[in-house]
Design a protein around this ligand. Structure first.
Ligand SMILES: [Zn+2]
Length: 192
């Protein structure tokens, strides 16, 4: 993996955190803005979230998923066993994000969640979003994300609002067990 060198350095200081599971009330809470994101508590949390999401083969994780109700998440898209077609990008910390504009076009795509293990949903999301957030160095970033990375961003942003992908399903018929999802995941019409 491309990030292994960096990851090993971080791992000396960080730990894999326990992931909050469905039913824990913190997953339904609106998370609080972070004031001092340059302090060591926040920086250590960022490193531990990156270590945790990589260990779990996730492409994103939000602070409420490790029982910290703060407006912080990691987007870490890369191809892995859970998402073989994910684009490669370095793990990116997103702090106090805002969604400024969204596409009218909605696209359905498959999502899972580390807090909802063994389930996948076919979830409608905006095809693109324009966002603003602070990076871990305190710089304000404005960016447009499209397609799968826009999907990750919307999923993780929802965690800060206490919303799970289950809440976004257009129909209960769009919820699949991991086993049933694996049966259909190679069918072209679903690979969007
Ligand atoms: Zn999630």
């Amino acid at each position: 993996m491309i990030f292994r060198g960096k990851q090993l350095i971080f791992r000396q200081m960080t730990q894999v955190l326990t992931i909050t599971q469905l039913g824990n009330p913190i997953l339904q809470q609106k998370a609080a803005a972070i004031d001092n994101f340059l302090d060591s508590d926040c920086q250590n949390l960022i490193d531990s979230l990156i270590t945790t999401v990589q260990a779990a083969h996730g492409v994103g994780i939000a602070a409420p998923q490790v029982a910290r109700s703060l407006r912080l998440f990691i987007v870490a898209s890369h191809p892995n066993p859970r998402y073989p077609d994910a684009p490669m990008m370095p793990p990116t910390a997103v702090i106090n994000p805002r969604i400024l504009r969204v596409s009218e076009e909605m696209v359905k795509g498959w999502e899972g969640c580390l807090s909802v293990p063994n389930w996948r949903g076919f979830v409608p999301r905006h095809q693109w979003i324009e966002v603003a957030y602070y990076d871990r160095n305190g710089r304000e970033i404005r960016q447009v994300f499209r397609d799968f990375v826009a999907r990750i961003f919307q999923h993780e942003y929802d965690h800060l609002e206490g919303i799970l992908f289950l809440d976004r399903l257009a129909s209960p018929a769009d919820l699949y067990s991991e086993e049933e999802y694996q049966k259909i995941s190679n069918i072209a019409e679903y690979k969007r």
